[in-house]
Write a protein that binds this ligand. Structure first.
Ligand SMILES: C[S@@+](CC[C@H](N)C(=O)[O-])C[C@H]1O[C@@H](n2cnc3c(N)ncnc32)[C@H](O)[C@@H]1O
Length: 434
C-alpha cells in the first residue's frame, strides 16, 4: 500500500488539521472539512484519515502540501506505478477503477443535470500513446506533483507501457556516453529539454522526439535508438517550457501510423492525436451512432480523426480547423485512406453557412465554443449537433445557451484518461422542431 507522507514543502505551516476524506473534488483531490474550512488533499481516497500539516492557497482553494495518512481507506488499491504519489502525471491510481468511473460519471451528471454513464477505457495501464518526459538536472521523468521546477526520475511509465523503459534506458546511455547537459528548469539553462515518446498501439510503430535548446547534437544519436520507427531532433529556441520545437533532423520514417478500426492516421511530432488509442475507437463509434443525414461538418477537426473515419463510412465530410499544419495532416489522412473528405483552414468565428450540413460535429478546446459560433449555430439551425467535450464545465455552459433551440437527446462519458480526473463527453442534440 503506497502511503503518502509529504507531497512537497512550500505552503503555510499551520496548526494541523485531522479528519476523514469525505469525497473527491472536481480536480480529483480528497475533500477534508473542519468547521467551515475545506482543504483539498492530493492522492487521497474517500475514507482515508489524514493529518494535514501545511497547505497553500491556489485559485481560492486550500491545497495540502504536507500531510500524513493516518489510516488508509478500505477502498484503496495498490497503484501499479512505483512513482505514484510523487509524480504529477496521475492522481487516482490508488482508487479502484470502478470508483474512478463513478467519480467521473457523477461529475459529468452534476454538470449536465442528467444521469450520464461513463464508458470504461478498454485498458487502464499501457493505454497512453504519448508521454512528454522532462529531461532536467533534477531528474528524467514527469514533474513532481505541485511543482514546475523539479522532476521525478523514472525508469518507465506504466501508463504508457514497457517501450517507455527501453527509450529512457537508451536515452540515459546516450547522455552518459556523450556527456550531455540536462536542463536546469529554474535557470533556463542546459541543452536537453524533453523527450516525447509516441507509439501506435495498433501498429507497434514508435516515434522518439528529442527536444533540445540550440546546440550540437552528437552524430551518434541515432545509434542509440535503432528500434524507433521515426526518430526526431527538434529545437526549442525560446525559454518557454514546451515539449516541441522546430524540426532540425529526422531519421527513419517522417511519420508513425496509428490504426483505429479500418482507418490509418499519420502522426507527426508537431501534430495532436487522441492519446488513448483503444478508447479513441469507442469515441469514434459513439460519434458515428449520432450522425444523421449525409452532409457532415467536422469543426475543430484537428488531424481529421472524426472526419476521415466518417468519410470512410460514406458520409460527405468537410472539416474546419485553425491550425494549418493539422489541416495538412487531415488532408494527408484523407488521401491515405482513399476518402474525399475536404479539410480547410478556418476559425470557429467564421465558419460560413451551417444550414447546409445535416450534422455539425464540434470538438472545441477546453475553453468551449466561441460565443460567435453559438450565435451562428442558433441562426443557421443545422438539424443535428454532436458536441464532443473534454471540459464538463464549458460544455454545460454552452449547452445552456444552445437549449434555446436544441434538446439534448443523448449524452455519454468516455474515460480517455484513466487515473486522472478528466472525462470526455459526447452529446447529441437535435433542433426542437425535428
Ligand atoms: C480538442 S482538439 C480536437 C481535435 C480533433 N477533433 C481530433 O480528435 O483530433 C481542438 C482543435 O481545435 C482547434 N482550434 C482551436 N481554436 C480554434 C478556432 N478558433 N477555430 C477552429 N479551430 C480551433 C485546435 O487546433 C485543435 O485541433
Amino acid at each position: 500500500m503506497a502511503i503518502n507522507g509529504q507531497v512537497y514543502k512550500p505552503g503555510r505551516a499551520s496548526p494541523t488539521m485531522m479528519g476523514t476524506v469525505e469525497g473527491l473534488s472536481d480536480e480529483g483531490l480528497g475533500i477534508l472539512r473542519e468547521g467551515n474550512r475545506t482543504i483539498l488533499v492530493p492522492h487521497t481516497a474517500p475514507g482515508d484519515v489524514v493529518e494535514v500539516r501545511r497547505w497553500r492557497r491556489k485559485k481560492k482553494k486550500l491545497i495540502a502540501t504536507d500531510f500524513k495518512l493516518i489510516e488508509p481507506s478500505p477502498i484503496r488499491v495498490e497503484p501499479e506505478c512505483p512513482y505514484f504519489g510523487r509524480c504529477g502525471g496521475c492522481l487516482l491510481q490508488h482508487l479502484p477503477y470502478e470508483e474512478q468511473l463513478r467519480f467521473k460519471a457523477s461529475k459529468l451528471s452534476k454538470y449536465l443535470g442528467l444521469n450520464v454513464n461513463v464508458i470504461p477505457s478498454p485498458k487502464i495501464y499501457g493505454h497512453r500513446n504519448r508521454i512528454d518526459i522532462v529531461i532536467s538536472t533534477t531528474g528524467i521523468g514527469f514533474r513532481r506533483y505541485g511543482t514546475w521546477w523539479e522532476a521525478v526520475d523514472i525508469a518507465e511509465c506504466p501508463v504508457f507501457g514497457g517501450t517507455s523503459g527501453k527509450v529512457l534506458k537508451a536515452l540515459r546511455e546516450f547522455i552518459e556516453d556523450e556527456g550531455l547537459s540536462l536542463y536546469d528548469m529554474r535557470k533556463n539553462r542546459g541543452f536537453l529539454r524533453y523527450v516525447v515518446i509516441r507509439e501506435g498501439k495498433f501498429t507497434g510503430e514508435l516515434m522518439v522526439n528529442l527536444v533540445t535548446k540550440e546546440g550540437t547534437l552528437p552524430e551518434s544519436f541515432p545509434d542509440y535508438f535503432p528500434f524507433a520507427t521515426s526518430l526526431y531532433w527538434s529545437v526549442n529556441r525560446s525559454d518557454s517550457d514546451v515539449s516541441y520545437g522546430d524540426v532540425e533532423r529526422f531519421w527513419g520514417s517522417p511519420f508513425i501510423r496509428e490504426r483505429l478500426e479500418d482507418v490509418v492516421y499519420l502522426i507527426h511530432p508537431n501534430s495532436f492525436f487522441q492519446t488513448n488509442s483503444h478508447q479513441a475507437v469507442n469515441l469514434l463509434r459513439e460519434v458515428e451512432k449520432l450522425v444523421e443525414g449525409e452532409r457532415v461538418l467536422d469543426l475543430y477537426s484537428g488531424v481529421g480523426t472524426f472526419g476521415v473515419y466518417l468519410a470512410k463510412r460514406g458520409f460527405a465530410v468537410e472539416g474546419v480547423e485553425i491550425n494549418p499544419f493539422a489541416v495538412e495532416m487531415a488532408n494527408k489522412n484523407a488521401e491515405l485512406n482513399g476518402v474525399s473528405a475536404q479539410f480547410r483552414v478556418g476559425s470557429d468565428r467564421d465558419v460560413g453557412d451551417l444550414s447546409k450540413y445535416d450534422t455539425v460535429i464540434v470538438d472545441p478546446p477546453r475553453a468551449g465554443l466561441h460565443p460567435k459560433l453559438i450565435r451562428k449555430i442558433l441562426k443557421d439551425e443545422p438539424e443535428r449537433l454532436i458536441y464532443v467535450s473534454c471540459n464538463p464545465k464549458t460544455l454545460s455552459e454552452n449547452l445552456y445557451k444552445l437549449k434555446e433551440k436544441y434538446r439534448v437527446e443523448h449524452a455519454v462519458g468516455l474515460d480517455m484518461f484513466p487515473h486522472t480526473p478528466h472525462v470526455e463527453a459526447v452529446v447529441g442534440l437535435s433542433r426542437f422542431d425535428v
